[in-house]
Design a binder for this molecule. Structure first.
Ligand SMILES: [Zn+2]
Length: 294
């Protein structure tokens, strides 16, 4: 058995989980509510989703705390419960964690722009992420994942905050759009800028998630591999969501097409692979077979 997820990465490809929001909705989560509140109101539902991913073969699952910083929680008037909701997120994921597997504390963006585009200051952002990291760490997460960030400055503020509050390893994934000049975050950060900044800060594992479908993600991984020697995380979306006349949500790429690029994502240099929006435990089960992790 391996002692840490970093040790496991030295041995083989590590499989993460898939989408969480769509799974919550399948379990009756109402539109517009606060997902993190369910860590205390409906922990059995959150645990069942985590368990479905562990059963599918995930080496690690990410906690239900993507929007768990106090700035994001304020939109639900729950900012005073930041610590509690994050601690609960990690605690309940641990309750269904099999031996030798891991729980990653998810830390998504605040959703607000930093100065000068917005009103948020870097110290405010840093403090918000420190508070969240404290809760996730006290709930016994095995590592922290700053994920889906689209502003390098905020990702770095989150990194400082997480490190101030926690001694856990902190990984970072950014979300990139594909344009004619290559891959850039919404705020215009290039792949090279992001990787350089994270290497300078000593981030042990870096990568990308969300926005891109698996074929584009394979290209991005290749680009990243040429620019860093660090282990790379890749979690692609399953395409744009579409609503049918019957109210069924489907994702444009389709599962078979999505899975076709998983071997390429690995061959191009990803060490940690999972799914993002639109993927579910069935995708992960198939990915476990393709990547031979179980
Ligand atoms: Zn996503």
């Amino acid at each position: 058995m391996v002692a840490s997820i970093l040790d496991l990465m030295k041995q083989r490809v590590v499989l993460l989980d898939g989408g969480f929001g769509t799974e919550l909705i399948q379990h009756g989560f109402p539109q517009g509510a606060c997902p993190e509140a369910w860590n205390v109101e409906k922990p059995e539902v959150v645990k069942a989703i985590h368990k479905s991913y562990f059963d599918a073969g995930s080496d690690a699952v990410l906690t239900n705390s993507f929007g768990g910083n106090r700035i994001k929680l304020a939109s639900h008037h729950l900012e005073m419960r930041c610590y509690e909701l994050n601690k609960a997120a990690a605690t309940i994921a641990n309750e269904v964690k099999p031996e030798g597997r891991f729980v990653g504390g998810s830390m998504g963006p605040t959703g607000k722009f930093l100065e000068p585009q917005g009103e948020l200051t870097e110290p405010q952002s840093e403090e918000a992420f420190a508070e969240q990291a404290r809760g996730l760490t006290d709930g016994k997460a095995d590592f922290l994942l700053i994920e889906t960030h689209y502003d390098l400055r905020e990702a770095l503020a989150a990194l400082r905050g997480a490190r101030k509050a926690s001694r856990l390893p902190v990984f970072v994934t950014m979300t990139f759009n594909r344009g004619p000049r290559g891959f850039f975050t919404m705020m215009g950060d290039s792949v090279a800028q992001c990787l350089e900044a994270f290497e300078k800060e000593g981030v042990p594992v870096v990568g990308a998630n969300c926005t891109l479908i698996s074929s584009d993600m394979a290209e991005l991984v290749k680009d990243m591999r040429g620019k860093t020697k660090l282990p790379i995380i890749a979690q692609a979306n399953a395409g744009k969501a579409a609503l049918s006349a019957e109210g069924e949500v489907s994702y444009a790429q389709g599962m078979e097409n999505y899975l076709r690029y998983i071997p390429m994502i690995k061959a191009n240099g990803a060490t940690v692979i999972g799914g993002c929006c639109g993927t579910n435990p069935e995708y992960i089960k198939r990915m476990a077979e393709i990547l031979k992790v179980r």
